[in-house]
Design a protein around this ligand. Structure first.
Ligand SMILES: NC(=O)c1ccc[n+]([C@@H]2O[C@H](COP(=O)([O-])OP(=O)(O)OC[C@H]3O[C@@H](n4cnc5c(N)ncnc54)[C@H](OP(=O)(O)O)[C@@H]3O)[C@@H](O)[C@H]2O)c1
Length: 287
């Protein structure tokens, strides 16, 4: 893939303050014209802006501090975008978060944040930006989903379900837009070493998935493969040969067999997740 496919584009990246989103900004910076970077941690966005300006001094950058859980804030951001006259060519719906642990013990605030950011904000941004892509006659939407979207995951139930929504929405929207010049791609990574694991964990020491060393793909490779998929108008991309093989095969396993594995996994996880949660610390007065 030649990164020059994105030359002169205007790109909007959500969740650009860390991990995969920040890497999208870094890889696109040398060639694009304009970048709109969105996240809550503005200091991180400003540091990234300085870094990107060194890579490409002609790059126009707009950093927007935005909490995607807040619909009113998101609406104001979209209004600003409309008024700015900027026409987004590539929308990277990347911001997202997880929550690992038993659903019965979960904290509603965290679940609600996941539903808002992973589903509602992604859908609303697409809804607001698509008309201007249609008007300009072309565009690309890259929705960051997850390998978790392809199979239900006990103790990651809501996260996996939010990502199943993202993959399903992306495929359906892609079909709706087939006769236009607008592509939709779902990125479905497995484990990527970012801050995601720490944010998703309810215990202080974070979470590393089983056999992580086998299935981990670097953030650089994930983004490189994702941009390649957009440039080739691919519907879905699962970076990493092993992850791709595993997730593509899983689709062919009958659901009753998957249930046996899910039950065993849930039982195994029960022990490892019985470590105290932040709520337990609160109740016992430790924090
Ligand atoms: N890492 C993995 O193993 C993995 C695997 C599969 C899929 N994914 C998906 O990849 C995407 C990026 O994750 P990552 O691995 O890069 O995680 P990360 O390092 O934790 O980055 C998450 C990004 O989302 C932003 N974000 C979270 N809540 C937000 C909110 N309320 N408003 C605005 N921005 C918000 C964060 O910015 P602020 O905190 O500054 O707001 C941050 O920039 C997510 O959609 C995730 O589900 C990750």
């Amino acid at each position: 893939m030649s990164i020059s496919y994105f030359a002169e584009c205007t790109v909007l990246v959500t969740g650009a303050s860390a991990g995969i989103g920040r890497e999208f900004a870094r890889q696109l910076a040398p060639v694009v014209n304009t970048m709109i970077l969105v996240a809550r941690r503005n200091d991180r966005l400003e540091a990234l802006e300085l870094e990107l300006k060194i890579i490409n001094p002609r790059l126009e950058i707009f950093c927007r501090q935005l909490d995607l859980r807040d619909h009113a804030e998101l609406e104001r951001f979209c209004d600003w975008l409309d008024e700015s006259g900027l026409s987004v060519d590539l929308l990277v719906n990347n911001a997202g978060l997880g929550d690992r642990g038993a659903f019965v013990d979960s904290d509603w605030e965290r679940l609600h944040a996941m539903l808002q950011v992973n589903i509602a904000a992604l859908t609303y941004l697409t809804y607001r930006i698509l008309p201007s892509m249609r008007k300009s006659g072309c565009g690309a939407i890259l929705n960051v989903s997850s390998a978790a979207s392809l199979v239900p995951i006990p103790n990651f139930a809501v996260y996996a379900a939010t990502k199943a929504y993202v993959t399903s929405f992306s495929e359906a929207l892609r079909a709706e837009l087939r006769n236009s010049n607008i592509s939709v791609t779902a990125l479905c990574p497995g484990h990527v070493p970012t801050e995601f694991g720490d944010v998703a964990s309810r215990v202080p020491h974070g979470y590393v998935p089983p056999m992580a060393e086998l299935f981990t793909v670097s953030v650089q490779e994930v983004v490189r493969r994702a941009l390649q998929a957009v440039s080739r108008d691919q519907a879905r991309v699962i970076p990493g040969t092993l992850v791709n093989l595993a997730m593509t095969s899983i689709v062919f396993i009958p659901m009753f067999l998957k249930r046996l594995v899910l039950n065993a996994q849930a039982a195994r996880d029960k022990a490892s997740l019985s470590a105290p949660t932040p709520r337990d610390y609160e109740i016992s007065g430790m924090v």
